[in-house]
Design a protein around this ligand. Structure first.
Ligand SMILES: Nc1nc2c(ncn2[C@@H]2O[C@H](COP(=O)(O)OP(=O)(O)OP(=O)(O)O)[C@@H](O)[C@H]2O)c(=O)[nH]1
Ligand SMILES: [Mg+2]
Length: 452
């Protein structure tokens, strides 16, 4: 049982119109009552208030008035944490919110750890672990698509699939264990075929889930796309077009961009960090040399290369060198300046653009999306965008099932089959937190912000 009552500022630090201080725990009502003075006939002390009601009044510390607030009172169990919850909406800004937090701490609440509210929601059984993780995905979503995926996971869509898989494995495991208990009864060939069929289906299902890992990672973290090419090819102009505003300086002088410029944009629902770089050539001075060194550094760290070639000129030896060098990487070749008369002769597939005229930009966005997603983003894939932790657990689960399949057969040592299936079942359970350790919970929830 969790006995203490926790409190934290749940809104971002900084100046805002309002801030929310959240309290959760058995004593949330009495603690809030100690620092809240209701004003007017329809406002009540939290200890006398009905559940899910709003009250107007002042936060006080002894005699001192701290802020004018509205408090919401929510009684267990119909709350986010399934505990008594009071949310105090006060004026924004550092001083007001900190003073209100201080008042509830003085009245007996403890400062919450990062993610502790969500952790309580998990421990009290309101959400499972995959859903708890989705809470932080919702907060951190950079695009509508990422938000949609996170909301599906929060709603339990991934959990349903995982629970279904786990039930299925446990069912098979129970069947096999029954035969261990009654060794005289052989598993009939029919039953054996059925068991194998179920396990094979589980392997295939896990494979489908694993296939969403790349997309899941991209949606959560986005990708880094570096814009490279010869000086003056139009890299900065293209960056500005992709962002929809003039972020980078564009000039006719070759070698305009010296330092790398990073900016995030939403490309067809994918958060993409674009990195504009200094044009690749023999440096003419020290600053440019450092710029070019940074270009190479960005190239090595990017997931995607956007290689810009000036279509109004012939390919140079250097262009060829880089075309060859980037061939092993995920890349999009862009023939820019298509509004000018074309000199470039080129065999490879490329996107044709004119950065100054804004032509070909939509096609470029499509090309970026197509390179990044292994398949189409289908609506029915959204619910199952697994994260790195899920991936790790499911890989182990799949190994366990494969191993058990490998052994299973007439005269198979059923204890060994069962042991492998137990490993698999536990690994699947980790995804939703049915099998989880304190360490695992610590590592997950410590990544949350305080107040969540
Ligand atoms: N006609 C035409 N000119 C372009 C196009 N794209 C860029 N330019 C011009 O080419 C020159 C260089 O453009 P930038 O975007 O600064 O090129 P860059 O690759 O960033 O150059 P560096 O930063 O020097 O490496 C500018 O004068 C642009 O206006 C295009 O599609 N058509
Ligand atoms: Mg530039």
């Amino acid at each position: 049982m969790i006995e203490d009552t926790i409190a934290a500022i749940a809104t971002p630090i900084g100046e805002g119109a309002l801030a929310v201080i959240r309290l959760s725990g058995e004593n949330a009502l009495t603690i809030a009552a100690e620092c809240f003075k209701p004003i007017g006939n329809s406002s009540f002390s939290p200890t006398k208030a009905d559940t899910h009601t709003l009250h107007y009044g002042k936060i006080v510390s002894g005699e001192r008035e701290i802020d004018e607030v509205l408090i919401s009172v929510m009684l267990a169990p119909r709350t986010f944490t399934r505990e008594n919850v009071v949310e105090i909406t006060c004026h924004g800004g550092m001083v007001a919110s900190r003073s209100v937090l201080q008042a509830v701490l003085s009245a007996g609440a403890r400062s919450a750890e990062p993610g502790e509210f969500t952790r309580r929601a998990f421990i009290n059984g309101r959400i499972d672990l995959a859903q708890a993780e989705a809470v932080s995905d919702v907060i951190q979503a950079h695009t509508d698509l990422a938000l949609a995926a996170a909301n599906e996971q929060l709603g339990g869509k991934l959990s349903q699939r995982i629970n279904h898989l786990r039930d299925d494995l446990m069912h098979t495991l129970a069947h096999i264990e029954a035969h261990i208990d009654f060794p005289d009864e052989d598993i009939s060939p029919d039953t054996m075929a059925q068991l194998k069929g179920r396990l094979e289906a589980a392997v295939a299902f896990i494979e489908e889930l694993l296939a969403t890992a790349d997309e899941g990672r991209i949606l959560r973290r986005g990708i880094r796309a570096v814009i490279v090419g010869r000086p003056n090819s139009g890299k900065s102009s293209l960056l500005n077009q992709l962002l929809g505003h003039d972020r980078a300086i564009v000039a006719t002088t070759a070698g305009t961009t010296r330092d790398t410029i990073e900016e995030t944009a939403n490309i067809r629902g994918i958060p993409v960090v674009f990195i504009d770089t200094a044009g690749l050539r023999e440096a003419t001075n020290e600053v440019e040399a450092e710029g070019i060194r940074r270009s190479h550094d960005s190239i090595s760290r990017a997931e995607l290369i956007l290689h810009v070639i000036d279509a109004s000129e012939a390919l140079t030896e250097e262009d060829r060198l880089y075309l060859e060098q980037f061939a092993i990487r995920k890349r999009v070749i862009i023939a820019n300046k298509m509004d000018l008369s074309r000199i470039l002769e080129f065999e490879e597939e490329c996107v044709e653009t004119s950065a100054t005229q804004g032509i070909g930009i939509e096609a470029l966005k499509d090309a970026i999306r197509d390179k990044v997603w292994s398949g189409e983003i289908q609506a029915d894939m959204l619910p199952a965008m697994i994260n790195a932790r899920h991936q790790d657990a499911l890989v182990r689960a799949q190994e366990g099932v494969k191993q058990s399949l490998h052994i299973l057969g007439p005269d198979a040592p059923l204890e060994l089959v069962a042991a492998d299936l137990r490993i698999a079942t536990n690994a699947v359970g980790e995804v939703v937190g049915k099998t989880s350790t304190e360490d695992l919970l610590d590592s997950i929830f410590s990544q949350f912000c305080i107040g969540k």
